[in-house]
Write a protein of this length. Structure first.
Lengths: 218, 365
């Protein structure tokens, strides 16, 4: 699906200005991410070049009042790497999207840097946790939430509060890459409680390969 | 509530009175003519059965009425039909010249039964009484062969019974309506008293709260008025910003909103934004109830930090299952001391960032 040297994305959003803005942000990064297709409904992600794009950037509210969670589920079941890009900072929906298998839930208030990073991570099949999502995970009070270590919780909280990984690293006396591996570990824990999907399997397999979690922790 | 129960009691007493009247009329006044005229009925057993059935209806009603309970709908429906049928049966078994006389004891009695049964269903009561009188008159007419004197005598009996029972029905109706109105008036009076007491309490609380929290504002206003403070002075401007943020938070404290903590934090953020500071606010975790005193302590360091900030700030509110954390990241160094037994305040500068956080543990211990 993915080409060796070229990252591709498809943007699904009902506002043309958002589609244009996202395409501009993605193509102006280094290395650029090419937006091969975009459209106001999910068909853009299933047709022509959109069907083979590495990443699907999906707005949850496509004109209608209800979020398109069914479309998200179908995309994830088909093995697509989905970044949910939503207007609403709603913890419950964010957690639900992760459970369905989205690799990232990003609010539109969070800006270009997070979107580019989330898209790049998703192209590799990796999860990305922006600050608002970290807040949603830290505030998660559902019964089936995974058990996080004290350090992992602290990383989530500090990242949510500061929006700066350097700051989190400085505060907790660890390196920025350790902050990232904590966040990845948390996401693997969440992936394990989510629905079965090709992306989830890949995420967990890679976490084991990278030594983030042990096989016995599964 | 107490007055509504009083109203129920009045209704129960009236219904019991009607029941006693019915029983007395049937057993005291109607049993004698029944026995006396046994030989005249054709057949007599129908009339005896009707008497027994009417007594039974009274007895069944007594089960609920004497306990002060309203009659179940099923009992009312079956009872009314049975009573009307019994009445028609007696009328049909009368001798031709017996209509509305001593021998026709059921005519007056049935109206009492209907009053007991349909006491709180006025429309049905009127309909049932109407049916009863109409059926009796029709049966009288069908029997035929009455002379003018008989018709006249019958008319007098029908009218007197009708007007007496209608008067009873109207009286109970008026009593019921008045007791209901009295109950409503009393309940409204109680509500007004409670509201007045609450408003008074609230007003007292508010005075105390405002007086306590205006502490920083009043000396500032006095200083500005006396010109001992210079509005161009950086320190005065900072004190004004602080007072403005404190006041905004204080006003927000009394608003009726689903999430008071976030409402108060948002008010502080808004006050800072009006000064031209770039502030972002992030909220995560479902709302939990936070007592007013704790909210004051959680937002106090935020007020100080936001009134000092000059460039940009990020404010966050996080509710986990164990604690509530209000944090602010700014690019301006501020010294915040404070904290209490309730709320833990942490403040530190890391490179170009200053971080302040107030934490409240929702679970004590």
């Amino acid at each position: 699906m993915a080409h060796e040297d070229r990252l591709t994305a498809v943007v699904v959003d009902d506002h043309p200005a958002v589609r244009a803005g996202v395409a501009y942000w993605l193509t102006s990064g280094t290395p650029p991410i090419e937006v091969v297709s975009s459209g106001e409904d999910v068909s853009a992600a299933w047709l022509d070049e959109g069907a083979t794009a590495d990443v699907v950037i999906l707005d949850l509210h496509l004109g209608g009042p209800t979020p398109v969670l069914g479309d998200l589920r179908r995309l994830v079941e088909a093995g697509r790497n989905v970044v949910v890009y939503s207007m609403r900072a709603d913890d419950e929906i964010a957690l639900h999207c992760l459970e369905l298998g989205a690799l990232c839930y990003l609010t539109k208030a969070e800006g270009a840097d997070h979107l580019v990073e989330a898209t790049r991570a998703a192209a590799r099949g990796d999860a990305y946790t922006p600050p608002s999502l970290a807040g949603a995970l830290a505030g998660d009070r559902s019964d089936h939430r995974p058990a996080l270590s004290a350090r992992e919780t602290e990383v989530l909280v500090e990242w949510f509060q500061s929006e700066s990984k350097d700051f989190v690293a400085q505060r907790l006396g660890i390196t920025a890459s350790t902050v990232n591996s904590h966040l990845e570990r948390i996401r693997v824990k969440y992936a394990q409680i989510g629905r079965d999907a090709p992306t989830k399997a890949a995420l967990v397999a890679r976490a084991i390969q990278d030594g983030l979690i042990g096989v016995d922790e599964l | 509530m107490a007055d509504l129960r009083a109203q129920d009691r009045v209704i129960a007493i009236m219904r019991t009175g009607l029941l006693v009247v019915t029983a007395v009329v049937q057993l005291g006044l109607n049993a004698a003519p029944l026995v006396r005229h046994q030989a005249e009925y054709r057949p007599a057993w129908v009339v005896d059965a009707a008497f027994a059935v009417l007594a039974l209806v009274t007895a069944v009603c007594a089960v609920w009425v004497l306990r002060g309970r309203p009659l179940p709908t099923a009992v009312v429906a079956v009872g009314a039909v049975v009573v009307l049928v019994a009445s028609s049966a007696v009328t049909a078994a009368l001798p031709p010249d017996g209509f509305f006389l001593d021998v026709h004891w059921s005519f007056g009695l049935v109206g009492w039964h209907l009053l007991v049964l349909l006491f709180d269903r006025v429309g049905l009561l009127v309909a049932a009484l109407g049916t009863h009188f109409a059926a009796s008159v029709v049966q009288f007419a069908l029997a035929g062969g009455h002379d003018r004197a008989e018709v006249g005598a019958a008319g007098v009996v029908v009218l007197s019974v009708l007007s007496f029972q209608a008067a009873i029905a109207v009286i109970t109706l008026v009593l019921r309506r008045q007791s209901r109105q009295a109950a409503l008036v009393a309940a409204e009076r109680d509500r007004v008293t409670t509201r007045a007491a609450l408003a008074e309490q609230w007003e007292r609380d508010r005075r105390v709260t405002f007086a306590g929290q205006l502490g920083a504002t009043l000396p500032l206003l006095v200083g500005l008025a006396d010109r001992t403070l210079d509005p161009r002075d950086e320190d005065t401007r900072h004190r004004c910003a602080l007072a403005a943020t404190q006041l905004r938070r204080l006003f927000a404290e009394n608003d009726e909103v689903p999430d008071p903590l976030v409402h108060e934090v948002a008010a502080c953020v808004d006050a800072a934004q009006r000064r031209g500071v770039e502030v972002s606010l992030a909220v995560s975790g479902a709302a939990v109830p936070v007592p007013t005193a704790v909210r004051r302590e959680l937002t106090a360091p935020l007020v100080v930090a936001l009134s000092a900030v000059r460039g940009r700030a990020r404010v966050s509110v996080l509710r986990t299952d164990e604690e509530v954390r209000v944090a602010v990241m700014t690019d301006t160094e501020v010294g915040i001391d404070g904290g209490s037994a309730l709320v833990e305040v942490d403040c530190g500068t890391y490179g170009e960032h200053t971080r302040m956080e107030a934490r409240w543990r929702t679970r004590t211990g």
